[in-house]
Design a protein around this ligand. Structure first.
Ligand code: NAD
Ligand code: ZN
Ligand code: ZN
Length: 370
């Protein structure tokens, strides 16, 4: 067992705390990873606010890259010294989804079996709940070996670690869930880290036009840098009309985009996506709604009459071992600008400030360097 510094959310709505935790030596099927960089994701804030579940205290952080320090006795796929991105989809290979070949829907993804615990204070020994089964705002973390995906060790940890969650969710929403390819028109509603990643993914796949929609002009600038061909400020103009107009300019007879990706997670933006897609088009919901949200006044005949498909995308329907090494290669070749997502590199004690910055529109990602 080792003791390391880590950032936890002790109780609902309370500021995060830097504490010392106990990290067990890896047992069967586990790996101990020295974390080098970890992005601050909206989901970490959801955990802190009690929006995910009540299993406090949480060990936050889950968009990380680092180096394997040690592995459990039976682990073969990775070894000490390997540079890895951590993932939250270590598929089991045995559940019904895995057996029928839909590994991206695995019902039983693996995490470490042993628990990390608080080291000091009156509640020393309390078990921690790692965010998304990772917990990487820590000098070292214990995960399932399958959560470690080996990639090119010369890649920048702060940039490629972001593939571990939000950036993969966005790219995958476009290319895996939406089936975006050349000759397709795409609109992305909501241009935070996830939406901009969906734009980058659409650009990689050769789509055109790629229309970025947001209510913040700053976010639309970022979207342009990552491959948007058109931008729509939906605080000023009607997003649906604009998307239809732009698509009709490119493709004769088009009445909307072939694929519309919703990356906000709200009923009104999902409804915009629904009506902005062309006949038989695809809507992809990658934004996460809260349980109370409903889509009001949607005539069923519109669902039937417009055909196509209405999909949701969890983690971009990715398979980490298939997708991470490929995307890191594209990054290394200069074809996928992951550096553009890293707005700032921060210390482990700057996470509360990074949460505050999420709301002011300047930051795609703050990345903690360990
Ligand atoms: N499905 C998944 O696996 C997955 C993974 C990670 C994150 N997410 C979710 O994706 C969503 C986006 O995450 P993010 O990190 O990019 O968040 P973010 O807060 O950085 O971005 C949200 C963007 O939406 C814009 N926006 C807000 N209201 C809008 C409106 N009415 N019209 C147009 N744009 C609007 C904001 O200006 C902002 O740019 C969140 O709901 C997050 O929980 C999903
Ligand atoms: Zn499975
Ligand atoms: Zn995340």
């Amino acid at each position: 067992m080792q003791q390391v510094k880590a950032v936890i959310a002790r109780a609902k709505g309370q500021p995060v705390e830097l504490v010392t935790i106990n990290v067990p030596d890896p047992g069967p099927g586990e790996a101990l990873v020295q974390v080098q960089a970890c992005g601050v994701c909206h989901t970490d804030l959801h955990y802190r606010e009690g929006g995910i579940n009540d299993d406090f205290p949480f060990l936050l952080g889950h968009e990380a890259a680092g180096v394997v320090e040690a592995v459990g006795p039976d682990v073969t796929g990775i070894a000490p010294g390997d540079f890895v991105i951590l993932n939250w989809r270590a598929v089991c290979g045995e559940c019904r989804a895995c057996k029928r070949g839909d590994l991206q829907y695995c019902f039983n993804t693996h995490n470490a079996t042993q628990k990390m615990t608080l080291a000091d204070g009156p509640d020393a020994g309390t078990e921690l709940s790692p965010a998304l089964g990772i917990g990487a705002f820590a000098e070292k973390t214990l995960v399932a070996a399958g959560q470690c995906t080996k990639v090119d060790p010369s890649a920048r940890a702060a940039a490629v670690g972001l593939l571990g969650c939000g950036v993969m969710a966005g790219i995958g929403a476009a290319i895996n869930t939406g089936g975006v390819t050349r000759g397709r028109s795409v609109a992305v509603i909501g241009c935070g880290g996830v939406g901009v990643a969906a734009i980058a993914g659409s650009a990689l796949a050769g789509a055109s036009p790629i229309i970025a929609v947001d209510i913040s002009a700053k976010k639309l600038e970022a979207a342009k840098r990552l491959g948007a061909t058109h931008t729509v400020d939906s605080s000023q103009v009607d997003a649906i009309e604009e998307i239809k107009r732009i698509c009709a300019e490119t493709y004769d007879g088009a009445d909307g985009a072939d694929v519309v990706i919703e990356a906000v997670g709200r009923p009104e933006t999902w409804k915009q996506a629904f009506y902005a897609r062309d006949l038989a088009g695809t809507v992809v919901l990658v934004g996460v709604p809260t349980p109370d949200m409903k889509v009001p006044d949607l005539p069923l005949i519109d669902v039937f009459g417009r055909g196509g498909s209405l999909k949701s995308s969890w983690y971009g329907d990715c398979l980490p071992d298939r997708d991470f090494p490929m995307l890191v290669d594209l990054y290394q070749q200069g074809r996928l600008d992951l550096d553009a997502f890293v707005t700032e590199e921060i210390g482990i004690d700057d996470i509360e400030a990074a949460f505050d910055k999420m709301h002011d529109g300047d930051v795609l990602r703050s990345v903690v360097i360990l």
